[in-house]
Design a binder for this molecule. Structure first.
Ligand SMILES: CC(C)(COP(=O)(O)OP(=O)(O)OC[C@H]1O[C@@H](n2cnc3c(N)ncnc32)[C@H](O)[C@@H]1OP(=O)(O)O)[C@@H](O)C(=O)NCCC(=O)NCCS
Length: 185
C-alpha cells in the first residue's frame, strides 16, 4: 500500500499523527466511563493512555493487521477533539473504521466529517475495496454515524460478545468503494 500522507484536512478538521502533547486531553475523555461504555476495556488510566498515545504516535502501516489512529483537531483552534481509526484487515482490500470523540466535540458532525476523510484515505489513497464498521447494537450514536456515512447495515449478530458484564449484539455496517464514490457524485 502507498504511504499515508499526513495531515489530512477537511472543511473543519485536521487529522494528524498523535503526539505526546495530546496525552492530557486524550486521558480527559478516555478516562470517562461514558467513553468506555462501548469500547473494549474499561475507562483508561493515565498510564494506559500514555501507552496508547505512544503507540498511535509511532504507527506503522505496512501490512495486513496494521492500523492507524489519527488525532482530530479543529482547523480554527488547537486541542484534541477525538480520534479516528483505520484498520487494514486480512483479505483483499479490506478495512475497518472506528471513532471516539471527547464529549464536548460530539453533536457537531465532527465524527462523520473525520470518518468520511478516513473512507477517502482508504478508498482513494490505499486502494481499499470495502470498509466496515462494527459496533454494539446499543451504541445508537455510532450506528447513526455509520448511516450518515452511507454505510449499509449488513449483519446483526445476536449476543456475539460478552463484555462489561453482559451479552452484546454486534451490528456490522459496510461500504464499498463504488458506493462511496457514487455518494460523492
Ligand atoms: C460515536 C460517537 C463518535 C458519535 O459522535 P457524534 O457527534 O454523535 O457523531 P457525528 O459526528 O456523526 O455527529 C452527529 C451529530 O452532530 C449533529 N451535527 C451538528 N452539526 C453538524 C454538521 N455540521 N454536520 C453533521 N452533523 C452535525 C447531528 O445532528 C448529530 O446530532 P444528533 O446525534 O443529536 O442527531 C460519540 O458518541 C462517541 O465518541 N462515543 C464514545 C466512544 C464510542 O462509543 N466510540 C465508538 C465505538 S463503536
Amino acid at each position: 500500500m502507498p504511504e499515508i500522507t499526513l495531515p489530512i484536512r477537511t472543511e473543519r478538521l485536521i487529522l494528524r499523527r498523535f503526539e505526546g502533547a495530546d496525552l492530557d486531553a486524550f486521558h480527559a475523555y478516555h478516562s470517562l466511563p461514558e467513553t468506555a461504555r462501548f469500547l473494549p476495556g474499561e475507562a483508561k488510566s493515565y498510564t494506559k493512555c500514555m501507552e496508547s498515545v505512544g503507540k498511535y504516535a509511532n504507527f506503522v502501516f505496512e501490512k495486513e493487521g496494521d492500523w492507524i489512529c489519527l488525532a482530530l483537531e479543529a482547523v480554527d483552534g488547537p486541542g484534541l477533539l477525538g480520534e479516528v481509526v483505520l484498520k487494514w484487515l486480512p483479505g483483499s482490500g479490506q478495512g475497518e473504521v472506528g471513532w471516539s470523540l471527547a464529549p464536548a466535540a460530539r453533536g457537531k458532525g465532527y465524527g462523520a466529517e473525520a470518518a468520511d476523510a478516513v473512507l477517502k484515505l482508504g478508498f482513494e489513497e490505499l486502494g481499499m475495496h470495502r470498509i466496515e464498521g462494527k459496533l454494539d447494537a446499543l451504541n445508537t450514536a455510532s450506528a447513526a454515524l455509520c448511516e450518515r456515512l452511507g454505510m449499509r447495515l449488513e449483519a446483526r449478530l445476536v449476543d456475539k460478545w460478552h463484555y462489561k458484564g453482559q451479552w452484546a449484539t454486534e451490528l456490522m455496517y459496510a461500504i464499498l468503494e463504488d458506493e462511496w464514490r457514487a455518494r460523492r457524485r
